[in-house]
Design a protein around this ligand. Structure first.
Ligand SMILES: NC(=O)c1ccc[n+]([C@@H]2O[C@H](COP(=O)([O-])OP(=O)(O)OC[C@H]3O[C@@H](n4cnc5c(N)ncnc54)[C@H](O)[C@@H]3O)[C@@H](O)[C@H]2O)c1
Length: 336
């Protein structure tokens, strides 16, 4: 059985469906701090034949975690649970260190007690910091610029230390670039609380009339059209990457840290234009000043994942736009 922490969140829910469809039995642990209980029903609906259990618990609740490990024969962990808002992490660093790092330590302790030695971890491209060169390769210097990014880097180091102490302990750190899109059924997708932080949920909510105008942060970056450039990756490709990473841990005697991106960058205006073309009308937007701490452009060198894991992103921008729009139109208020 696979323990999926944070499995009711955006990336976790898509990955649970992919894992269940690949034949894995799942136990999801989530404290619902950034997700809704109804996600579970949607996951089960998309993988009706699978065993998918759920425990409402916080990773830092050691007694609850112990009872999950005691009650299930867990073979590996896929670890999504964490807080992820860069701006909030600047305001509340203790919360981020406690939740992300503290939660991971409690998880690793439980794994150790129960002899579980395989973990796939959700890391992030934010561990790189200001680019010395692009695309980022995995050996690029690691200088995250926010408390959030530093918690991700410290967890990567923690996993390396743990595997140093126990040669049988193996991990994959997956450094995600910018996941967008939704499941093609329109049943699961990204449902941020309040005003979205990220481009895509903002864009789809403007297009549906829920928000008035998209704010584009900065049009004076040294990029072809002046707006920020990111490596957007379809959440379905990302989910498939986790199935591949888990198989890698089962089959190979080593740990790995790999970028999960498409390998190319798209500007905010390219994304807005593609999305408007797809829905057949303009989406109102305005330029506002740059956001503190934002990097002009970054994208992944995705060749390590292709070479070592045999994984590459297959879906393009039109798929991302179409699936995100289907999710938005079928669920105008997100998960009810
Ligand atoms: N979405 C992105 O752009 C992105 C990019 C890079 C990395 N990541 C990382 O991927 C992971 C998943 O991201 P997401 O976009 O799905 O986020 P999300 O907020 O949708 O999902 C995270 C889930 O973890 C749960 N959770 C948080 N803290 C918990 C705790 N202490 N105990 C139990 N459950 C807890 C939340 O309720 C939520 O369901 C996160 O670790 C995030 O840092 C996300």
């Amino acid at each position: 059985m696979i323990l999926v922490t944070g499995g009711l969140g955006y990336i976790g829910s898509h990955t649970c469906v992919a894992l269940a469809q690949a034949g894995y039995r799942l136990i999801i642990v989530d404290n619902l701090c950034n997700s809704k209980p109804s996600v579970l029903g949607r996951i089960r609906e998309l993988a009706p034949d699978a065993t998918i259990e759920f425990r409402h618990a916080d990773l830092r609740d050691r007694a609850a975690l112990e009872s999950v490990f005691a009650a299930h024969a867990i073979g590996a962990v896929v670890h999504f649970a964490g807080l992820k808002a860069v701006g909030e992490s600047v305001e509340k660093p203790l919360l981020y260190w406690d939740n992300n790092v503290g939660g991971t330590i409690a998880l690793l302790e439980a794994m150790q007690r129960h002899g579980v030695r395989r973990i796939v971890f959700s890391s992030s491209a934010t561990v790189y910091g200001a680019p010395e060169y692009l695309p980022y390769r995995e050996e690029h210097p690691l200088r995250p610029e926010s408390p959030y990014g530093r918690t991700k880097l410290v967890i990567e180091q923690l996993l390396a230390d743990q595997s140093g102490s126990d040669p049988d302990f193996r991990y994959t750190c997956l450094r995600y670039f910018n996941p967008i899109g939704a499941h093609p059924s329109g049943r699961i997708g990204e449902d941020p609380r309040g005003i979205p932080n990220n481009l895509f949920p903002y864009l789809t909510q403007v297009a549906s009339g829920r928000l008035a105008k998209l704010r584009v942060f900065g049009n004076d970056y040294p990029t072809p059209d002046g707006t920020g450039v990111r490596d957007y990756i379809h959440v379905m490709d990302l989910a498939a990457g986790h199935v591949t990473a888990l198989r890698y841990l089962e089959e190979r005697e080593r740990s790995i840290t790999a970028n999960l991106g498409t390998g190319s960058g798209l500007s905010v205006l390219q994304v807005v234009t593609a999305f408007a073309r797809l829905i057949g009308r303009e989406v109102p937007y305005e330029f506002v000043s740059r956001r503190a701490g934002d990097i002009a452009a970054f994208w992944a060198d995705a060749s390590l994942a292709a070479r070592e894991l045999g994984w590459r992103a297959e879906l393009g921008l039109d798929d991302m736009c179409r699936d995100a729009w289907r999710w938005q139109t079928q669920n105008p208020d997100g998960y009810a």
